[in-house]
Ligand binder design. Sequence first.
Ligand code: ATP
Ligand code: MG
Length: 287
Amino acid sequence: MIAPESSSKSITGRETTATGIRLIREAQPPRWKLYALSIICMHGVAGFTGALAYSTRLIAKLALRNVSFDIKAGEKVAIIGRSGSGKSTLIDLVPRFHDPTGGTIRIGGYNASDISNESMRAATALISQDVFLFDSTILENIRDGNAGASDEDVERAARRAALTETLGNMPAGLQTVVGPNGSSLSGGQKQRIGIARALVKDADICVFDEATSALDVETEKQVLENVTKELDHKTVLFVTHRPATLDYVDRILLLDEGRLVSIGTKKELETGSEQYRALLNIAMKES
Ligand SMILES: Nc1ncnc2c1ncn2[C@@H]1O[C@H](COP(=O)(O)OP(=O)(O)OP(=O)(O)O)[C@@H](O)[C@H]1O
Ligand SMILES: [Mg+2]
């Protein structure tokens, strides 16, 4: 058993530039195998301190710079910012799809590099905009989140993901076969199956990356209400361009060009962040 480190090392852009320009690579094999589940519960904080560089042959640029923040266990946080501001890069650090080239990611006080990729992925549900579905039934596609889920668990998750009406309109309901990569379904139906899949996984950290982008406003509201209730004790990150999501979170994190420019409650950002107000104005016009 290792003790969690007591403080995060902060990094500057200069340090990161000097050391951090290299291609993304998978994490080194873990030195200890720890189970993220108990770590998060024990310490109650999922903290992130990170910088990440993407590199091409001609240019190398930092996708995230000096992004440092703490999220309490059970907190709901929205990550917003213009396209290309680094939102997906940031949340992909959580299941360790890539590691920061400088800085550390800390989960429950532990350095993520001390936790196996396997454990981190087991503790994390990542729901992206494009959901991959197998050419099987809706039931099996949802159960893909948790092989041990009972039919009742799957039905419950489907209800929470606002699939009840959709399933009622299908002759075989949950037994409907979706076709190769869900070709017989709409984008919004696929997204809701992806959300149900994440709900049955019952992970400690849930990350939604534009996961409701294809839903109409009413359905999105229903899904967000159900999901935040269902995941009441879980740590949830929502990457979103949709202003409606901001009503369901405790805090909002605003990124711009890979930097964290504001973090706070909706009220705090409304009064204190000009960039937030400008972004919201654009989002309102688009929605
Ligand atoms: N695999 C990659 N290789 C090189 N550059 C990348 C790679 N992935 C992302 N980037 C760059 O990193 C920056 C951040 O990208 P990221 O996908 O995190 O943005 P985002 O905020 O999620 O945008 P969007 O709202 O469009 O999804 C962008 O400039 C992007 O071009
Ligand atoms: Mg993105």
